[in-house]
Design a protein. Structure first.
Lengths: 438, 232, 404
């Protein structure tokens, strides 16, 4: 029976090609518009590190001013001070932990006629690579000993490796940055977490840094942050004073497995803050936070408000397209009223008519969905055209299978929903009521 | 009042020329009840359309109240239909979304009467046809006979020069048909001219004068009367 | 005019109008809110930055030679740049209006850390600052060279003079004539005194979305470091020619440095508002497509509605309706349907706006957008129905007598 209805559906579509085409088009345009924004929202808000996102926690302690919260309503600072970061790092109370910040270096290729170039860098403790599961082409990170000994060791990314070493295995070789030779410990493969969750302060959707080296070395060389820096009290006494100040400019993450470890770490944080309060710091009430990756992204509202607005408007746009579809379907039912009436006279039950038309609507929905995927692709190309000067846009417009399947499913659901009223009307047609004139 | 002389109507397509009416002449005086009879295809619908100013004739002359009504503009003919002719259709042609009151109101709106005048006239004609209590009913809530009465009320409301009825009882059962014909006769007795087009001899006999049409031309009608007598 | 019967007929046969009215309603809701956003963003983008945008450009110099004498290099650079033909003036600074990266401090009226502070954007400059940015000094005076001195970047001292924008002064001393602030002392970094020696009309901060974007302060601090931004103002018409020349001059000056990130002020503004201008274009596109779809939808639904009623149209014509009367009937019917739609649309539009203000911090829409959208959609509806309505007038009166 199903196959019969499919045949009927096809036949009906062919008999009313213009109406059917318009219906498919209406659904496709509405789905296309909506799924374009859904794609962007999905990519922007998607999990950048699904395999580890619930064991990685961003640590926040509230060392801020007694007179006002860092951020309304009573949120603690989004970065951490050097004092607190290093203290927590040294305490080692989590499975793994990493303290890092963004800075910059200049690479001086040693070849003739090669011009020096800037590399955005991350000064970090050793656990970064294991914690964030960064892929490597050659070699790997460094160990705690390198951190402690302030070794001039560096992990470079694939592009830098191409540029300086022609893409060869450069582990063990030397790269000169700011007049200083550094040993290459490893070459990181293309790594593109969207967003750059480990540092949302300054360009959430930029690509990760180009080179990575030990935090201790950066501090020893007095490398200032290229990210954000905030102080509620001025720092005095040059670089040393800065390191001891209440200025926040680093990011601190820990790795904890299970609720038990998380609870333990929270207790540890409380104890740490208490000890600092005893020294006269941390004038605000206890306000420690331990957010995992997705929680942190939500707290920082990574997905722009503009996306939410567009999502709302696009949903309404889809509604308008569906209203058009209902109208077209009503017209089709009216045109086919004699066919329906005849079938009913010949013994078709109401549910048979219902089934026939719902299945036909489903077919239109599938066609609309498939075309809608094409429209979504077009829409995303349009987005790239509009927002192309944002470098990260190219990554946001990639459609994966989830989005494609969702588009088709949504189209079918929408078509079925739109068909409900017209189909109900079709069922209400009395047998032979339209046959009088024959 | 109505004078048609040698009316002819030709329908032309690319391939075929149909002479629907040929040298058709008719004079109707005030107060008459005339039936125009003929089988289907005889041209009586064409006569109806021309008499009712729904179509132009191809030849001949048509005078209404002494005025030549051929060659008038579409707007002039609309106005004439509105003021002088009251239509009664076979399938009633009531507007399904409007109630009886609003249906009767339709031609009065085009006339331009104010709302008080319209209400007065509508109530008046609804009384005549006996639908006073059903002014707010929809056509779907009325029987066939009642619907046709509503249509008659609509035709009367503008005080037309004549009623033009097209198979007025064609869609009614015999009982309703009788009562409608009774109503028409009463209206005629009160002075309204009626021209009725039909193919039923029984109906035609209710009129006071019969015209016969066959193949677009007037005929003396003998064969029809004979056949009817033989069948009876 | 048959308002009464048309309205009664519509109310009885709801399906005839609900679809069209709903479409108009939802379209109106989208239109009103989208235009509200477009208006708001456009207004934002038109705010002047206060600097001479036509002739200013900016570049970054990153010295990677650890032993370099940053101060000497910077002084040499500035001399060379200022002397370059076509250059009017230049300074070394930390930030540029709308440049997205910058520095802010909290200013207090007393040296008491417990008092509330007012955030201000900091721009380091010397006595050439005002002329380089093209600022309009409305009160007081510029820095003199003795005030704008070389100080170490790590110095804990803060220069005791400052030139503030009018907006900053008004924020610090509300409801007072702006000139009164001259000579007053305020406190930066909790305890360091700063005297207001000059007031400029306007200079925007680096972050266009910051609520304090009009609050800026020039600080007379020549800071030599590895990483410097040069802001250069050319004579009118010279900018495009000079930009690559200056870049070349600095890059080949023999110092180990990278010269990068050269941008004109126009480009900086463009980048600063990129998201907003893209949003505006996107919304304009959406509203246009939407209006077209709704218009076409109404054309379709109206055609269908007319086709369904040919017998009725013929009957009306038989009863005396002129062609114009038929046209008027359908235009009027559509007008009533649109009216239902725009009233519902107004309600939905306001509801959606309230939600978006809550959820996304948007601005509330200006009241006049609602009637403007109503009129627009009335017009769209009438335009859309005109075709089918005209076709309705062509239905011949003789249709009334046809038996099927």
């Amino acid at each position: 029976m199903f196959r019969y209805y499919l045949k009927l559906g096809l036949f009906s579509i062919r008999k009313n090609p213009v109406l059917s085409a318009l219906m498919v088009a209406a659904i496709a345009v509405g789905i296309g518009a909506y799924m374009t924004i859904v794609n962007i929202d999905y990519v922007m808000g998607g999990n950048p590190i699904p395999q580890r996102s619930d064991v990685l926690f961003h640590v926040q302690v509230d060392n801020w001013s007694p007179n006002e919260a860092y951020e309304e309503p009573d949120k603690p600072p989004e970065q951490i001070t050097y004092l607190d970061g290093t203290a927590l790092l040294a305490a080692g109370k989590a499975r793994r932990q990493v303290l890092s910040y963004k800075t910059g270096r200049v690479v001086e290729p040693q070849g003739e006629g090669e011009r020096p170039f800037q590399v955005v860098s991350r000064a970090t403790s050793a656990d970064f690579f294991a914690m964030f599961d960064t892929p490597f082409v050659y070699g790997g990170g460094w160990d705690k000993a390198a951190d402690d000994n302030e070794e001039y060791v560096v992990v470079i990314n694939r592009e830098t490796n191409e540029r300086v070493f022609g893409g060869e295995d450069s582990t063990g070789r030397t790269i000169v940055m700011n007049g200083q030779p550094w040993r290459v410990a490893g070459v990181m493969d293309t790594w593109d977490p969207i967003p750059k969750f480990y540092d949302l302060n300054n360009g959430s959707f930029e690509t990760p840094e180009e080179v990575f080296f030990p935090l201790s070395v950066a501090i020893a060389n007095e490398l200032g942050s290229w990210g954000n820096n905030s102080c509620w009290k001025p720092s005095e006494g040059g670089w040393e004073g800065y390191l001891q100040s209440e200025c926040i400019w680093l990011q601190f993450w820990v790795e904890l497995h299970g609720a038990g470890e998380k609870q333990e770490y929270l207790s540890f944080l409380d104890a740490y803050v208490e000890s600092q309060k005893a020294l006269g710091r941390f004038p605000r009430p206890m306000n420690n936070r331990l957010y995992n990756v997705m929680e942190w992204m939500q707290d920082r509202e990574v997905v722009e408000d503009d996306v939410g607005v567009l999502l709302g408007l696009a949903a309404l746009f889809l509604v308008v397209c569906l209203l058009n579809t209902i109208g077209l379907l009503l017209a089709k039912v009216a045109r086919r009223s004699d066919d329906i009436s005849l079938r009913r006279a010949l013994g078709a039950s109401r549910s048979a008519i219902f089934a026939q038309y719902i299945i036909e609507a489903g077919m239109i929905g599938v066609a609309g969905g498939v075309l809608g995927v094409g429209m979504t692709w077009l829409g995303l190309q349009g987005i790239e055209l509009l927002y192309g000067e944002f470098d990260f846009i190219a990554r946001l417009i990639e459609m994966d299978w989830t989005v494609i399947i969702a588009a088709v499913v949504l189209a079918v659901i929408a078509a079925l929903a739109a068909a409900l009223y017209p189909t109900w009307r079709a069922c209400a047609i009395q047998p032979a009521s339209e046959l009088k004139a024959l | 009042m109505l004078v048609m002389k040698d009316i002819s109507k030709v329908y032309r397509t690319d391939t075929v020329e149909t002479h629907a009416l040929r040298q058709f002449s008719l004079t109707v005086d005030e107060g008459e009840f005339v039936s125009v009879m003929g089988p289907s295809g005889s041209g009586k619908t064409t006569f109806l359309n021309i008499a009712g100013l729904l179509e132009e004739c191809s030849g001949g002359s048509y005078e209404l109240d002494g005025r030549d009504v051929s060659g008038l503009s579409d707007n002039e003919r609309s106005r004439l239909r509105n003021e002088k002719i009251g239509f009664i259709f076979q399938s009633f042609n009531l507007i399904p979304e409007l109630d009886v009151f609003d249906n009767v109101d339709v031609p009065l709106r085009y006339r331009g009467f104010d709302s008080k005048e319209r209400a007065k006239r509508i109530d008046g004609v609804l009384e005549i046809v006996g639908l006073g209590s059903r002014r707010r009913h929809l056509p779907s809530q009325l029987s066939g006979g009642q619907q046709q009465r509503a249509a008659i009320a609509r035709a009367l409301a503008g005080e037309p020069r004549f009623l033009l009825a097209d198979e007025p009882t064609g869609n009614l059962d015999s009982q309703m048909a009788d009562s409608v014909m009774d109503l028409l006769q009463t209206i005629n007795e009160q002075g309204t001219t009626i021209i009725m087009v039909t193919h039923e001899a029984a109906l035609a006999s209710r009129a006071r004068r019969n015209i016969h049409v066959r193949d677009g031309q007037l005929s003396d009608g003998e064969p029809e009367l004979h056949v009817a007598a033989q069948l009876a | 005019m048959e308002l009464g019967p048309i309205w009664r007929a519509l109310m009885r046969h709801k399906t005839s109008y609900v679809l069209i009215a709903l479409q108009i309603a939802v379209t109106m809701a989208i239109m009103v809110n989208a235009i509200g956003i477009i208006q708001d963003r456009s207004k934002q983008m038109q705010r002047p930055s206060g600097v001479d945008e036509d002739n200013i450009f900016y570049l970054t110099s990153l010295i990677y030679d650890a032993d370099a004498d940053y101060q000497a290099l910077m002084a040499a650079d500035l001399e060379a740049i200022r002397g370059f033909p076509g250059v009017r003036n230049a300074i070394a600074t930390n930030s540029v209006p709308l440049g997205d990266s910058g520095w802010s401090e909290g200013i207090r009226l007393q040296p008491d850390p417990d008092l509330d502070s007012t955030g201000v954007a900091i721009f380091f400059a010397d006595e050439h600052g005002i002329d380089t940015f093209g600022l309009n000094l409305i009160a007081g005076r510029n820095f003199d060279p003795t005030e704008a001195t070389w100080r170490d970047v790590e110095s804990d001292e803060w220069p005791p003079q400052a030139i503030m924008t009018r907006a900053m002064v008004e924020e610090l001393f509300p409801d007072r004539p702006v000139n009164e602030a001259l000579g007053k002392t305020v406190y930066v970094q909790q305890t360091k005194p700063v005297t207001i020696i000059g007031i400029t009309e306007r200079m925007q901060a680096a972050w266009n979305r910051w609520s304090g974007v009009e609050r800026s302060m020039l600080v007379p601090w020549k800071r030599a470091s590895a990483f410097t931004h040069y802001v250069i103002r050319t004579e009118p018409g010279y900018r495009d020619e000079i930009m690559p020349q200056i870049e070349e001059m600095l890059a080949t000056s023999g110092t180990n440095r990278i010269v990068r990130g050269m941008r004109s002020m126009e480009e900086i503004r463009h980048r600063s508002y990129l998201q907003d201008s893209a949003m505006v274009k996107l919304l304009v596109f959406i509203v246009s497509v939407l209006t077209a779809i709704t218009g076409l939808g109404i054309v379709g639904l109206a055609s269908f509605s007319v086709a369904r009623r040919t017998k009725q149209i013929g009957t009306r014509r038989a009863l005396g309706a002129t062609r114009l009367a038929i046209l008027r009937y359908f235009m009027l019917e559509n007008f009533l349907i649109s009216s239902i739609g725009v009233v519902a649309g107004a309600i939905i539009a306001v509801g959606i706006n309230i939600w978006m203000v809550e959820a996304f911090g948007l601005e509330r829409i200006a009241w006049y957008l609602i009637p403007a959208a109503m009129v627009t959609l009335w017009l769209v509806g009438q335009l859309a129905v005109y075709g089918p309505a005209r076709r309705a007038t062509l239905v011949p009166p003789a249709l009334a007598t046809r038996s099927v």
